[in-house]
Design a protein around this ligand. Structure first.
Ligand SMILES: Nc1nc2c(c(=O)[nH]1)N[C@H]1C(S)=C(S)[C@@H](COP(=O)(O)O)O[C@H]1N2
Ligand SMILES: [Mo]
Length: 260
């Protein structure tokens, strides 16, 4: 490597920090303008636009774009901004059901024997029963669930604020992701900032009564700052990790962050 001329060598770290800030600003500008060209994206994502002839190349580019989008959305996410809340008389009745299969195939879980498994970067891996989750502080919210399929509905979900739970199990809240495994083979994951958001709730009740089977009994995550598919139902296990866990729809090309 040739000797650098003209750059003060004491400030390599400061230089890198400035560079990172510049990149953040650039990403933000590009995102706000929504005018990012394919060429610019392929440069940023390290894909060679010139060899974009194969499906494989396109696939890689699209994945890189989505990853890029995730990073920009994570940068823009304001952990203190609350999703809108509504009045009780605005609740949608009946609340719609949605899953990747029909309502006749929803998993039938016995809430009395159900246990939530906890693993990964947490201090306490003891499984949780519904009764024990109910001993933790509960909160209630009336918010809107928005599905990418083009419908939305207002409902009332209550349960344990997820950040209360994460603190209680000694989760490493500097980790990047929380992943979820569901009883119906569905799976998903969220970023830690969203996991710690005050409106992210481990839902046990809907409309003041225990959650019904179709809506994710005995426990589903309610995340009003994200699209519906990032609200896993029938959760049987969760884990804290730095390894990207993906998700059922996310792995089929839906944008992973999907913030609102
Ligand atoms: N376990 C599980 N969770 C899931 C799904 C699913 O198929 N299985 N579908 C997701 C989608 S796409 C949406 S829109 C919401 C629907 O929640 P609802 O049935 O309470 O309306 O659940 C999400 N969580
Ligand atoms: Mo959805």
């Amino acid at each position: 490597m040739s000797k650098q001329i003209g750059r003060p060598n004491h400030s390599a770290n400061a230089f890198l920090e400035t560079r990172k800030t510049q990149i953040k600003h650039l990403e933000r500008r590009l995102f706000l303008r929504q005018g990012l060209s394919l060429g610019a994206l392929s440069m940023l994502s390290g894909c060679d636009y010139g060899t974009l002839s194969s499906n494989d190349g396109l696939d890689r580019l699209l994945r890189a774009m989505s990853g890029f989008n995730d990073r920009v959305q994570a940068l823009l996410f304001n952990p203190h901004r609350l999703a809108p809340t509504y009045a009780a008389n605005q609740i949608t009745k009946p609340f719609p059901f949605n899953a990747f299969y029909g309502i006749d195939d929803v998993p039938d879980i016995d809430p009395d024997s159900w246990k939530l498994e906890v693993s990964g970067l947490v201090a306490d891996r003891t499984p949780w029963s519904v009764q024990r989750l109910r001993t933790l502080p509960q909160e209630s919210q009336i918010t809107r669930l928005i599905c990418v399929e083009g419908w939305s509905a207002i409902g009332q979900w209550s349960g344990v604020p997820f950040r209360t739970f994460l603190k209680r199990i000694g989760a490493d809240t500097t980790a990047r992701y929380v992943g979820f495994k569901c009883a119906d083979k569905y799976y998903s994951s969220i970023d830690m900032a969203t996991a710690l958001h005050p409106q992210t709730i481990m839902t046990l009740d809907y409309g003041g009564d225990p959650l019904l089977g179709a809506y994710g009994a005995p426990m589903r995550l309610r995340v009003p700052t994200k699209l519906g598919f990032k609200n896993p139902k029938y959760i049987k296990a969760l884990f804290v990790t730095n390894t990207y866990p993906g998700g059922y729809w996310e792995d089929q090309g839906y944008n992973w962050f999907s913030g609102l």
